[in-house]
Design a protein around this ligand. Structure first.
Ligand code: ADP
Ligand code: K
Ligand code: MG
Ligand code: MG
Length: 357
């Protein structure tokens, strides 16, 4: 009997397109003799649809015309996607869910909570951990409390921008200074993020971030090497060999990530001394545990070019997942193939579910 895997793709965040690529890659490599794959897309309006057509249509974002509207119910007796056609209900059961969704309303615990209520196992972190890792401010607070290294930051709220912006600017100048990074608290793919090098640019950057979230964070810029480490496991997580990113632009912004073709370079493994490699791996596992992650997370670091001090920048609980994305690539470099990685993630989802029930 094949294991039925509900692969959830798309989503309402600005990372919808990235999710389509990740999902298509995952479906292509999965062993069809072992798994029955049930792709369920979420369109930009938040409608859920079962899609049984070709993978190319997911990649080209033309999947919707052939898709069947379905509902998921927060009730353990409906561990299925429910299709309702002329008042007649048809159930599409699945044994495990694999949300391949990035950003808010996908990676942030919201979709994970549906699977909790349905009592269906799902890949990657649980509800609280997903939510906290999505929120850069909450993550930093917990990392700091666990004595893990983070860069200095300040938090502002959208409604505060309506008041005297000059007060906020002086507060930032007195505490963080330039250059600094301004970010929406909950997002990914560098959307809404600006690097600010002088006063003139600060207010635009704050308003740009406020378009995406009511909570904005401003942090010290580090002249850093960007190092990442993949962590995999539940109670005894393992760290991969680290990788390094050489962005094609001033920083790893949306264009450098997705639009510049292959101009951004990935170094696998990262050219680090064995001592620094160990430090990165140990910090990655500590961060994974501090944030109560399970399944997987990609832990991203900033390593000061001069001092080699390592800061934890963020954790991504559903990192980019195409065959050429960093998370799978770091595991491949460490001896675990993309295909085996997916098997392992599904096993971890089932294991966590068994242990909780
Ligand atoms: P996202 O979740 O959107 O990826 P990040 O916090 O990782 O957000 O920021 C995106 C990119 O911006 C990073 O990969 C890095 O290139 C740059 N960056 C972010 N914060 C800093 C910082 N404090 N110092 C230097 N570069 C930073
Ligand atoms: K994150
Ligand atoms: Mg990042
Ligand atoms: Mg991120």
């Amino acid at each position: 009997q094949k294991l039925k895997v509900g692969i959830i793709f798309g989503g309402q965040s600005s990372e919808y397109e990235v999710s389509l690529m990740s999902c298509a890659s995952v479906i292509k490599v999965m062993d069809k003799s072992k798994y029955e794959i049930m792709p369920i897309g979420i369109n930009k309006h938040g409608n859920w649809k079962l899609f049984l057509g070709s993978i190319e249509k997911i990649e080209n974002d033309t999947w919707q015309s052939e898709a069947i509207p379905v509902l998921l119910a927060p009730d353990p007796k409906y561990n299925c996607a429910i299709e309702i056609n002329n008042g007649i209900e048809k159930r599409h059961y699945f044994d495990v869910a694999f949300p391949v969704l990035h950003g808010p309303r996908g990676e942030d615990g919201t979709v994970q909570s549906i699977f909790e209520l349905m009592n269906v196992p799902y890949v990657s972190c649980g509800v609280a951990s997903s939510a906290i890792c999505m929120d850069k401010v909450f993550s930093k607070k917990i990392l700091a409390q666990s004595n893990l290294p983070i860069v200095d930051y300040k938090v502002f709220y959208k409604n505060e921008l309506k008041g005297k912006i000059s007060d906020i600017i002086s507060e930032i100048e007195n505490s963080i200074g330039y250059p600094c990074f301004v970010k929406p608290a909950n997002l990914g793919s560098s959307v809404g993020i600006s690097k600010v090098s002088k006063r003139d640019e600060l207010s635009d950057a704050l308003f740009a971030a406020a378009k995406y979230d009511t909570k904005i964070l401003v942090e010290k810029s580090v002249d850093a090497r960007e190092i990442e480490c993949a962590v995999l496991g539940n109670s005894d997580p393992k760290a991969s060999l680290p990788g390094e990113i050489l962005p094609s632009r001033d920083f790893y912004d949306y264009s450098a990530k997705y639009l510049d073709g292959d101009k951004s370079k990935l170094l696998l493994p990262a050219p680090l001394s064995s001592d620094l490699t160990t430090q990165v791996q140990e910090l990655a596992i500590k961060a994974f545990k501090a944030l109560d992650c399970s399944g997987m997370a990609r832990v991203d670091f900033l390593m000061d070019k001069k001092t080699e001090k390592i800061y934890i920048n963020e954790l991504n609980t559903i990192p980019g997942f195409t065959k050429i994305s960093m998370y799978p690539k770091m595991w491949e470099t460490s001896g675990l193939s993309y295909k085996k990685l997916i098997d392992e993630l599904i096993c971890l989802a089932l294991e966590r579910h068994r242990e909780k029930n």
